[in-house]
Design a protein around this ligand. Sequence first.
Ligand SMILES: Nc1ncnc2c1ncn2[C@@H]1O[C@H](COP(=O)(O)OP(=O)(O)OP(=O)(O)O)[C@@H](O)[C@H]1O
Length: 539
Amino acid sequence: NALVSVAGLRQVLSDVVAEVRRSVGQDIDGAEILHSLLTSSWLQSLLKVYECLQRYLRDSPAPMLDYASGLSLQALLSAHDTVAQKDYEPVLPPVPDELPDNEEATRIVCLVKNKQPLGATIKRNEITGEIFVARVIHGGLADRSGLLHAGDRIIEVNGFPVDGMEPEQVIQVQARSHGTIMFKVIPITERPVHNQTMLYVRAMTDYSPQQDPSIPCADAGMSFRRGDILEIVDQTDALWWQAKKLPCGLACAGLIPSANLLRRKQRESWWSQPYQPHACVQTPGFRRSVRLCRRRSHGPAQPTCHARCPSSCYNSLNTPYEEVVRYQRHPENAHRLIALLGPSGVGVNELRRRLIEMNPNIFQGAIPHTTRAPRGYEEPGREYYFTKKNVCPHRFLEYGEYKGHLYGTSVDAVKEVLNSGKICVVDIEPNAVQAVRTHELKAFIIYVKPPPLERLRVTREDAYITTNYYVNRPFKDEDFQEMEETARKMESQLWHFFDQVIVNDELQDSCVQLLTAVMKAQDEPQWVPASWIRPTAEP
Ligand SMILES: Nc1ncnc2c1ncn2[C@@H]1O[C@H](COP(=O)(O)OP(=O)(O)OP(=O)(O)O)[C@@H](O)[C@H]1O
């Protein structure tokens, strides 16, 4: 017995190795798999069995009584019979007697209905009136049965011939049945080859099947929000994909528009909307901090090196889904850039300053460039990099002008901190989001969100706001309202880029949350754009 079990165990372990190899081949993060594998309850149970067997081999226990082995065999057989005699619900109806002559061609499929939907959609051939299975939803009842396939022709449902019926009538027939439902089908002869590779995407837009009249079956649809991570499980249909939302609670997938279809829908709705002058978060959100003099200007927006639109307006029109992969920084690789973003006055600088103060050996800001002359106490490369040239030709994350001089944070300044082994923490404007989401900086973007108005009033009672004219004064209700308005705009345009959201209510709590998020970004697996890891991949 022990030998048989050891052989079985060996089989299970080699299956596990094969599974790990397959997953590694599919570019899943290795450490995460290993962790989930080692903590899985079944492996623990398996190891316990193994230990028992080892102990058995070592101690070679002998039965206390001669007839003990006979007794245990009897007990085993009796347990087997009890289980085998149990009636499992429900009883399936008998297979009909009169099968058509060409019985080879038909198949009787009985499915036991539970609370779940059937997980298949149907369509009618408008010329012949024949009813077909249009699609089988991945992980649904029909799919798990393995007996119904897209393209199967349905002849009867619960004994009712369905040819010529409207799809809605067929659905009514099946809805009336309780317990089991029987289909008579002519299976499709050539099933499409499923050549699925695992694909994960980040949704760059919101979608609701209930508001989409073009979806073949709204009940089979899946809604999602910008920023959600979706696992695409079926792309057979060019228009309607099947996907699951992660972290995955449901076994059953839902229908979502394919990238092409969604792009088309977005363009159509974009054209049909009344013209609005560019409504991106530009100047209203600009920080007032003196540091970079990115003052709120009352004139038109300052052009910046990265003056492209930061938000969904262009970006998500081209890429409604961004392909993502699981990425975990290797301890020897540079840290990910930590980019903080939030409406002016919310506390981005305060949080950044406190984080760096907590441990300046680990956290550091990037040193800005300026075209102004150094002051007496300033040392080049400490407060600023002093440059005579216009800062724009450098690769700048952002820059602005103050009293005729340019100030800016360059990609190189960020990289210098990262290359020194420290964690670089910067605060960015909305228009720098794209500039930090790159293969080389791999920014982890933290959005600092204002708490509700009543909490702002309480927590900011003794705080001071830096106004446009660099005057510190207590916060007023108008400041809070402006902060919330900017927050709304930022969220509506950039939500899908946020890796973490911190509501800056109690400052101490926010600092703890920030530190936790920063360490998580460096040490735990995260979803990142696939193009960061495979730079040659299509963006
Ligand atoms: N959670 C908080 N509770 C109380 N006061 C806070 C909190 N967060 C920030 N503050 C205070 O609010 C004021 C504005 O914060 P901070 O300067 O960090 O804003 P900011 O988001 O960087 O905006 P800007 O760059 O426009 O100044 C500061 O006086 C800061 O100490």
